[in-house]
Write a protein that binds this ligand. Structure first.
Ligand SMILES: NC(=O)c1ccc[n+]([C@@H]2O[C@H](COP(=O)([O-])OP(=O)(O)OC[C@H]3O[C@@H](n4cnc5c(N)ncnc54)[C@H](O)[C@@H]3O)[C@@H](O)[C@H]2O)c1
Ligand SMILES: O=C(O)C(=O)C[C@@H](O)[C@H](O)[C@H](O)COP(=O)(O)O
Ligand SMILES: [Zn+2]
Length: 362
């Protein structure tokens, strides 16, 4: 097992990464304020991993409240959040009850927001079971739910007490979901870590065939990158926005296509290609660099062309992006592979030209 630390003063917490961690209650017990946990999961993950997590904890005298939600991005909303509050209240969960998120990013984001708001805040633990959740969503404390008008529009910054990334759970993940997770892995290389990008170019076949050492390294390096950014800027006053590369376009794709139709990672992949193309139009990166980025996404089996929602529909979705400041959109763009910046210096004409590319790819 490898352990990283997200150093945030009184909110500091460990990320444990390794195999067969789910069944080790000794990793969880020190982080419980009392011996009661509510395990929030979904109808897909519960039959796979709920018992493996619950039974060893119950054997240590922990009272378990299982909360099993419907599965899908389309359920990351206020109705499902209310189901969590209902269950917590029905079972008399208290301020020292710990919420455990067992699942992918949807469960993690929603459970984290429930924890931030139930009784004005209860402790929570992230047990991510998708690659995407292990490399990104379980770390850093962004929690929340979707609104019909926009992704993650209601939420809170609320850090977990512990992240337990059991890489054995990835054995049951399908290939499409594995690729979706790789989109966020590639993101770290693009925004701040050229050597990691180069490592990914060398090791993509090993990742796709689920070589355990390659996966463990990719997860660790991703979490190190994410932790460094979050430590520098927990509440996204500045540099944290770089973690949003590809997301301004990507969130528009997810909402515009209907939540769940494009996976988050797929939308980030296609959105990152639009960000790369926009960076090229501004003269910041070369055509050769754009091709190199496209080649890596293609090898990760991710879409590199965005759907044709229509330019105006894209602009409408993007106008309510969380990075908008004084009514102006701000974009995360590339100065080079491994060097992202945030800028508001994009004319509507350049943006429209970039978005018109989407129509050419369908
Ligand atoms: N908070 C953050 O910083 C952050 C970062 C990135 C993404 N996100 C959010 O995360 C969400 C995407 O997360 P995701 O890609 O994990 O999707 P997801 O949570 O929908 O999980 C993908 C699918 O895999 C299933 N699953 C989970 N674990 C499994 C396992 N071990 N074996 C088999 N099936 C399994 C799930 O039930 C689901 O059907 C989006 O809502 C996105 O906005 C948040
Ligand atoms: O942790 C962050 O910061 C990120 O931006 C990580 C993203 O991968 C993630 O999808 C996040 O939820 C997007 O942030 P949002 O603020 O645009 O919802
Ligand atoms: Zn993301």
């Amino acid at each position: 097992m490898q352990t990283l630390t997200v150093d945030l003063n009184e909110r500091t917490y460990p990320i444990h990464i390794g195999t067969a961690l789910l069944t080790r209650p000794e990793l969880i017990l020190p982080h419980l304020a009392r011996k009661q946990v509510a395990i929030v999961t979904n109808t897909t993950v519960a039959p796979l991993y709920l018992d493996a997590l619950s039974k060893p904890l119950a054997a240590e005298g922990v009272d378990i409240v299982p909360i099993i939600l419907p599965d899908g991005e389309e359920y990351k909303n206020s109705e499902t959040l209310n189901l969590v509050y209902d269950a917590l209240l029905t079972h008399h969960c208290e301020r020292k009850t710990t919420l455990i998120a067992l699942g992918g990013g949807v469960i993690g984001d929603l459970t984290g927001f429930a924890a931030a708001t139930y009784l004005r805040g209860v402790p929570f633990i992230q047990i991510p079971t998708t690659l995407l959740a292990q490399v990104d969503s379980s770390v850093g404390g962004k929690t929340g739910i979707n609104h019909p008008l926009g992704k993650n529009m209601v939420g809170a910054f609320y850090q977990p007490k512990l992240v337990l990334a059991d890489t054995s759970t990835l054995d049951t993940l399908d290939d499409r979901q594995l690729s979706a997770g790789l989109a966020e892995v590639i993101k770290y290389g693009l925004i701040r870590d050229l050597p990691f990008f180069e490592w990914l170019e060398q090791n993509m076949p090993a990742l796709l065939t689920r070589d355990p050492d390659a996966l463990a390294y990719a997860i660790k390096r991703s979490c190190e990158n994410k932790a460094e950014v979050v430590i520098a800027d927990e509440h996204e006053g500045g540099v944290r926005a770089l973690l949003n590369l590809g997301h301004t376009f990507g969130h528009a794709i997810e909402a515009g296509m209907g939540y769940g139709n494009w996976l988050h990672g797929e939308a980030v992949g296609a959105g990152t290609m639009l960000a790369a193309s926009l960076s090229q139009r501004l003269g910041w990166i070369s055509e050769a660099e754009v091709s190199r980025i496209r080649a890596l996404f293609e090898r990760a089996r991710l879409p590199v062309s965005a759907p044709d929602l229509g330019v105006d529909a894209y602009l409408e979705h993007m106008a309510i992006d969380k990075k908008v400041e004084n009514g102006r959109m701000r974009f995360v763009l590339l100065k080079a592979i491994g060097a992202a910046v945030i800028t508001a210096d994009v004319t509507e004409q350049t943006l429209r030209e970039t978005l018109r590319e989407t129509a050419q790819h369908v």
